[in-house]
Write a protein that binds this ligand. Sequence first.
Ligand SMILES: Cc1ncc(COP(=O)(O)O)c(C=O)c1O
Length: 394
Amino acid sequence: MSTTEARPRRRHALRGRDPGVVPFNRPYLTGRELEYIKRAHANGHLAGQGEFARLSSEWLQARFGSPRALLTHSCTAALEMCAILADIGPGDEVIMPSFTFVSTANAFVLRGATPVFVDIRSDTLNLDERLLSDAISERTKAIIPVHYAGVACEMDDIMAFAADHGLLVIEDAAQAVLSTYRGRPLGGIGDLAALSFHETKNVISGEGGALLVNDPRFATRAEVILEKGTNRSQFFRGEVDKYTWVDIGSSYLPGEIVAAFLFAQFEHADQITARRLAIWSRYHEAFAEAERDGLLRRPIVPDDREHNAHMYYVLLPDLETRTRLIEALRAEKVHSVFHYVPLHSSPQGSRVGRVSGSLPVTDVTSERLVRLPLWLGVESEQDRVIEGVLRAVR
Ligand SMILES: Cc1ncc(COP(=O)(O)O)c(C=O)c1O
C-alpha cells in the first residue's frame, strides 16, 4: 500500500457488486437522503449555507455542546481552517502522532509549520501524552490529539498540559463522531475540532466534514475563513451592511446537496452507532480465545470512555503473519486493509517533520495492524470473515 491509509478500491464498484465479495466498506443509506436532496432543489438553493447546512450545524452544536459548528467539504478542510485560526506560521511546531492520516499533518505544513511526531500508547494506539514534555519546544503552538478508531486520547492530561504551557488543543476527531471521554463528546473538548463524513466513516456524505469551534473567541473568524475570507455570514445576518474581503480564507463549505444527504444521516446517527457497536462486539467476542492463545491482540477500550465502533482491527504478531492473513482473506474474497505508513517515515513527513525521540510503538503497530470489514449490512457475512481470520492465524 503506497498511501498512508488503505481506502476501498473503486474498480469493484464500477464493475458492479460481486455477490461473493465482502468489501471492506459499503456506504450506508438511511432512506431519506434522496428526499432531502429533492427538497434542497425545491428550495431553490443548492449553494452552501442553506436550510440543510443550518439544520446540520444545529444538530452538531446540540450533540457536541459546541457554540459554533460549521460544515466543511472534508475533515481535511476543517483541519486547514484550524491551522489558520490558530495563526500557525513558518517556524511554529505542532505536536501530533505519526500514526495518523496525512491530513492531520498537511493542514499545518501548508502554513509552513513543522509537525513534531511523538509515539503512540500501546493500548489505545493514541498519542502518548507522557511524551509531550519531551516534544515541546519554545516554538510549540498546538497539540493535535487524534482519536484513533474512535477511542479517546487521554484528554484530561492533554488539556492540562496544554493549559500549563499556553498551547491550543485541536482534536482530530475524524473517526470519533459520537464517541465520549468521561461522559464528554469527543470533538467537544479541545479549543477546536475537525470531524469527517467521508464515505468510510460512520455518518457520511461521500466527502464531508465539520469544524467545531469550542472556544467562542474563534467563532467569527471561522465563518470568515469558511467563506473565502469575506464577512458574508455577518452580512446575511444583517450585522454589516455590505460584505467584503476581510481576512484570508478559502471555499471550505459544502453545497446543499451534500448537507441534505448528511442531515438524513444525522437523523439516524444513534441507530447507525448502535448497529456498528453490535458488529464490533461480535468480532470482539469471536477473537477472545485467539487473543488468550497469543495469536492476535484485540482493540483496548479503557472503561472511562465509550467508542463509536468506527473500526475493528486486530494486531498480529508480526508483518509476515499480517501479510499471510490479508492474503488468506483475499483468497476467500474478503477485503481487509492495513494502515498507516507512519508519517515520519513517509517521503514528505521525513522532509518537513521533526521526530521527538524514537517511535517504536508506531513502527511496530504499522506492521502488525489489519482492519476488518465493518459496515451496516456486513452482519450476514460476518461469520465468513471471522472464520477466515481464525483459520489464517491458527
Ligand atoms: C485521523 C484522520 N484525520 C483526517 C482525515 C481526513 O478526513 P477527510 O477525508 O474527511 O478529509 C481522516 C480520514 O480518513 C482521518 O482518519
